[in-house]
Unconditional design. Structure first.
Length: 73
């Protein structure tokens, strides 16, 4: 059950109430939300994807023989 929280003065304050019995113990995994966005807009992300090589320099597999590799006779 992912729940967002804000860290303030040493305490995590949940952004919405949750339904747990009082005194329940929980495990918390901290994932800073800023690390996902990296402050890039969608255009920057798409440009980075477009600049990726289609095939690696040392990759001997070529998309040209895709069917032969998958469906060899």
């Amino acid at each position: 059950m992912p729940v967002e929280a804000i860290y303030e003065q040493g305490t995590l304050r949940l952004s919405e109430p949750i339904t747990l019995p009082e005194g329940s113990k929980v495990q918390v995994i901290i994932i800073p939300l800023e690390s996902y966005s990296q402050h890039k807009n969608p255009l920057e992300i798409l440009q980075e994807i477009a600049e990726l090589p289609l095939e690696g320099k040392t990759d001997t597999f070529s998309g040209l023989d895709h069917d032969q590799v998958l469906y060899s006779k």
